[in-house]
Design a protein around this ligand. Structure first.
Ligand SMILES: O=C(O)CCC(=O)C(=O)O
Ligand SMILES: [Fe+2]
Length: 363
């Protein structure tokens, strides 16, 4: 098993050469999937992707061709975060359960105690990027508008191409009628979005920058440069860092695909800590594209469309089957999770519990 995992002993930092990831902390290797091979329909590569997505639910993706787009997104993010707080707050996502727009650091809880998150981010709806210069969902700061054509639309399109190919591989592996998963993700407005995240430097050691969570949507295409991301792998009691590796995106399955696949695809819990060791002295930037189902898609296992899903569901405990069959729309699922994370909506630990997805038992 270990032979086909990447365990990088030697790697250089993306932007901060000379300040290396500590060697004395627990890390978790990920399988590596080659996007170029996936595109060619390489069977072995598709098997590798399937293995990763059904075991940990996280993998590295190389040869994705998006690095330049990501660097431009970081530039857009820096320009946006440099705006005055007053300006940024004009575009804040608010407490109603929508995630598009700006989120200030401390707007969300990171756990049941109500401790505050440490990151700010800007979320741009896929629907707005694709509708530009028309507005689909909301307005954005000038720093976003100015880079919509040069930076954001290309990043969104590239991310969609990649995540859609991965969806089509999953569609085949699950034995779903051709185009089922794509249809569930591209026929109507959705919560799909690009997110640029900034964590300030010198955060208090041992505090969560982003609380433990499973991702809300279907697929996350993540790019970070400094350590901090941690996963809690199945059967393990210790959180482990995922190393950022040059040229390798980090991809993971979110709750929506776990639900639609009857738990065959794994949505694994993760969180973000301040960068480890000497890396803590730097700002931490990450860039994500989240593919999420169309707003009206009902989240429940696609048993009627796939014997494989039906069989998986038949083997689940009653409790697990219930968790995986919320039977609500993707819009409601997403809105509930976002809304109950917002500290303004908190009445007590129960608000945090109401923000949970498939983490139950592991969070
Ligand atoms: O910043 C990271 O490395 C991960 C971010 C993340 O998990 C998220 O935004 O859902
Ligand atoms: Fe996440």
């Amino acid at each position: 098993m270990l032979t086909d995992m990447l365990v990088p002993d030697q790697w250089i930092l993306w932007e901060f050469a000379g300040v290396s990831f500590p060697t004395n902390i627990p890390t978790h290797p990920l399988l590596v999937v080659d996007y170029e091979l996936l595109k060619k329909g390489d069977q072995k590569e598709m098997d590798e992707l399937w293995k990763a997505a059904t075991s940990l639910g996280f993998w590295y993706l190389k040869n994705h061709g998006a690095d330049e787009n990501v660097e431009q997104m970081f530039d857009m993010g820096a320009e946006t975060m440099d705006l005055s707080m007053e300006e940024k707050m004009k575009y804040e996502q608010g407490d109603g359960g929508s995630s598009f727009g700006y989120k200030f650091a401390g707007a969300n809880a990171v756990d049941a105690s109500g401790e505050l998150d440490k990151i700010e981010f800007i979320n741009i709806a896929k629907d707005d990027a694709l509708a530009w210069p028309n507005q689909a969902r909301r307005t954005y700061p000038s720093t976003v508008n100015n880079r919509m054509v040069s930076t954001i639309v290309p990043f969104v399109k590239k991310s969609l191409e990649i995540n859609n190919l991965i969806l089509s591989v999953f569609n085949d592996k699950l034995g779903l009628p051709e185009g089922t998963l794509l249809k569930h993700h591209s026929e109507e407005y959705s919560a799909s979005e690009a997110r640029t995240i900034k964590a300030p430097k010198n955060l208090p050691v041992g505090k969560q920058a982003i609380g433990a969570h499973t991702d809300f949507g279907s697929l996350s295409f993540l790019h970070n440069r400094l350590g901090g991301l941690q996963v809690l792998p199945p059967g393990v009691e210790e959180w482990q860092y995922v190393k950022p590796v040059p040229g390798h995106a980090i991809c993971n399955v979110g709750d929506a695909l776990a639900l639609l696949s009857g738990g065959i695809l794994r949505s694994n819990i993760h969180r973000v800590f301040p960068p480890p060791g000497a890396q803590a002295a730097f700002e931490r930037w990450s860039q994500v594209f989240f593919t999420r189902p169309g707003n009206s898609v009902i989240l429940r296992p696609l048993s009627d469309e796939s014997p494989l899903v039906a069989e998986a569901v038949s083997k689940l405990s009653d409790e697990r089957r219930e968790t995986l069959t919320p039977g609500v729309t993707a819009d409601d699922w997403f809105n509930r999770r976002i809304r109950n994370q917002r500290i303004k909506n908190r009445s007590g630990p129960e608000t945090w519990m109401a923000s949970r997805g498939t983490e139950l038992g592991r969070a």
